[in-house]
Write a protein that binds this ligand. Sequence first.
Ligand code: 4AD
Ligand code: MG
Length: 432
Amino acid sequence: MAVVTTVERLSEHVGQTVTLQGWIYARTSKGKLHFVQLRDGTGVVQCVLFAKNVSPELFEAVAGAGQESSLVLTGEVKADERAPGGFEIGVSEGRVLQAVDGYPITPKEHGTDFLLNHRHLWLRSRRQWAIMRLRDGIVTALRGFFDQRGFVCVDSPMFTPNACEGTSTLFSVDYFGDTAYLTQSGQLYAEASAMALGKVYCFGPTFRAEKSKTRRHLTEFWMLEPEVAFADLDDVMQLAEDMIVHVVGEVLRRRRTELEVLERDLSKLEAIQGPFPRITYDEAAKILADHPESEFVYGDDFGAPDETIISSHFDRPVLVHRYPAAVKAFYMKRDPEDETKALAVDLLGTEGVGELIGGSQREDDLDVLLGRIREHELPQEAFEWYLDLRRYGSVPHGGFGLGLERFVAWIAGVPHVREASPFPRMMTRLSP
Ligand code: 4AD
Ligand code: MG
């Protein structure tokens, strides 16, 4: 019996006979020869079937097997520099499990809508394979980063009784006759967890009923949110910078093949080194005021085109801090030097991707926070538990939220977040 292995482990089996289980990614046949590009989820390898080396049944079966037919092939692993991936299989045995004819996604060009309608199959394509592996590598690197630094992962609930990021983008759900909301951010609960465990992060799905049809908006996305007791805005910015440098470094080290499949310009990623520039909102506003095409009005939040202009001045991500409090969330602490500003920070990525991270130092004074809740016309009763965090051992603290799909899209160099999610949810898409 040949040992069953995977494409990514072929280097351990050169000269041996192994069995691979997978699907036909592509096949070309001439006369007494089939070249099968077998994909098994871990990679793609060329398998060569000579009529004289295999049974007539197998040769026949492969002749009738189209793209995405499932099969098992056994053969000798040969190191071959000319072969893509460096290996080739000289097939001696095998079996077609299901011969397929008419797989909908062919190597020709398809429209995005068609591909999104077939997302359950589109995931099998090489580019999507690379993006999903990258996403996995990024998540592993993120968790590793926080683990190394002594953070504890404490997840926040998805069903919540109140808003975190403004009431206009809430999805409501019937909750046994009451109304519950799908969480927009795990932050408020992460604050409670930080007061219990010191340094924490939550990482899970978040939901925004945003009526935005842009390349960076999903209605369901994953957010990673660290929250740190005894941290100020500078600590929050440093943490964001260290995290990004760590993850990009890990991805460059451990996910090269995937980046190459995506034809990513590696020099752009290699440039992501600390320290990142830090500029105030006012300095960013000055950049926009000097830019002929900017329609920015001082006092507003930055729009996507504004962020592109600002970030184009830097070859690495830029941290923009101290935004006008009026455009930011109720929980942010004001800058004691200028009460009109919030101790907020957004991290804008390179290459025009815009905001990847939003964070802040939190208001830790009970009376000030109560005032903000009233100003924002939020129901105080629903926030009593949150106010307790300011009643019992309040400390300076802060954190941020990283949007996973935007982060993956940026590192992968794909223009739209929909490709960074296995099954993207957007305003106009709920299926498959
Ligand atoms: O800036 P946001 O709204 O910040 C918060 O929710 C804070 N409570 C986080 C915190 O401090 N713990 O969202 C954080 C990040 C954004 O920078 C962006 O990357 C991502 O979440 N994000 C989205 N990603 C995809 N689609 C959307 N509709 C997104 N909205 C935000
Ligand atoms: Mg934001």
